[in-house]
Design a protein around this ligand. Sequence first.
Ligand SMILES: Cc1cc2nc3c(=O)[nH]c(=O)nc-3n(C[C@H](O)[C@H](O)[C@H](O)COP(=O)(O)OP(=O)(O)OC[C@H]3O[C@@H](n4cnc5c(N)ncnc54)[C@H](O)[C@@H]3O)c2cc1C
Length: 490
Amino acid sequence: MELADVRRHIRDRDALARALRDVLGPGRVFAHPADLLAYEYDGSVLQAVPDLVVFPQSTEDVVAIVRVASRFGAPLVPRGSGTGLSGGAIAPVGGIVVSMSQMRRILSIDLENRCAVVEPGVVNLDVTRAVERDGYFYAPDPSSQSACSIGGNVANNSGGVHTLAYGVTTNHVLGLEMVLPDGTVVQLGGRGPDDPALDLVGLVVGSEGTLGIVTKVTVRLMRRREAVRTMLGIFPSIEDASQAVADIIASGIGPTSLEMLDQLTVEAVEPAVHAGLPPDAGAVLLIEVEGVREMLDRSAQIVEDLCRRNRAREIRVARTEEERALYWAARKGAFGAMGRLAPNYYLHDAVVPRSRLPQIMRQVMEIADRYGIRVANVFHAGDGNLHPLIPYDAATPGETERVMRASEEMLAACVAVGGTLSGEHGIGFEKNNYMPWIFSEADLEAQRRLKTAFDPEDRMNPFKVFPTPVSCGELLTRRPPRLAASGLWI
Ligand SMILES: Cc1cc2nc3c(=O)[nH]c(=O)nc-3n(C[C@H](O)[C@H](O)[C@H](O)COP(=O)(O)OP(=O)(O)OC[C@H]3O[C@@H](n4cnc5c(N)ncnc54)[C@H](O)[C@@H]3O)c2cc1C
């Protein structure tokens, strides 16, 4: 099956565009191919051009869009900032991309009750910026936090570099407003920690835009700890650093971050960020501990001892806020710096039990050697959340196929040691056909039934999460990765 066969051709695209302009006004409906191209991509390996892109500014606009789409039988793809990396925010079967970028108001902040109500297009970091002067912050902090939206975070149940201590998005969302595919507006959860109703907030967080369009989010705010200590451990190998991670966790000191950068990552990131990372290090571990000031010396000493016991040749401690920011810039800028290595990259997001980290790192490198490819590893080591990143050149014949085959083996290796397919970037359209590796047909059927209860016509972000007749990998390796606005390959 080809993608052209699965595109759900909208019956009358021009009439649909007109109907949407009637409700939104002319400037908030994109239909020109040049405008649509900017919405064909979300950092994953595949691109797909939507039929139309619309820009709601309120819940009422979203309701109007959903009702018009329903009349035309058009698929809807909610989109935040398009940083999702798994094909979740693109439109492989065509349809209307609903960009939430113009719904970016912080509606209220209630410090007494430690929560805020925000629109879904609000950029993650802006929530913290709005409350940090009062000593508060929004805990989930993806490395993309200066760009990604709260709506995208909710849909992907995103984590971040402090997930180890604070948990993922689902632990920080108290309530949601969502527009269902028939235009009904529902309020889920509330402001308190435990809602007496069915936990539909828990269901929607992580549902990747397949159940409805989130239009408001009540987030939990947290109080900053008194003090923080940020350290870099410089190791001869990634296995040593991985063992140090396991030992630090086992020690019970409860670090807030344990982030790994391997040698290839350092090679890419150091010329971009100038954080002083040694180019000959096998791996660099970024470690953070937080708490009351008096306890940090003791925690830092334990971390240092455990690193040295695992052959760390040097431990650096950030002496100033600027130095700390530089260490974090190296970690958070790592994916962006990969353009220095090759024109394309394929980034994975798998999770393994932490105790299996040393083993899985060896396996990933063995698979890379066998396929003659390079792999950069930069990841949330404390959570066992790997991000093997394969730099490659899609213009070289056969290269994409090789990368896809190696990637599949790496994912399979993670699953084989008791891991799973995604820690935070979602399943999207990249990994939906691997879902049967971890779920039985009965498991998937139960999830499909839930999806159908919300979206009986399967128009909300179709071809995502659940297995489909054609996979992202098949499309990518069979055809050049570009679609015309008509939905046909060019
Ligand atoms: C450099 C880089 C670093 C990253 N680091 C991390 C990291 O540390 N941790 C992490 O978890 N992720 C990380 N990511 C992945 C990504 O940033 C997150 O998944 C993020 O939550 C996506 O947000 P977004 O606004 O870009 O969403 P998009 O990519 O636009 O969309 C993601 C999904 O959300 C759905 N969606 C968006 N808005 C809504 C809405 N209002 N209602 C319903 N569904 C909606 C979309 O349909 C799609 O399925 C990184 C990405 C990059 C490029």
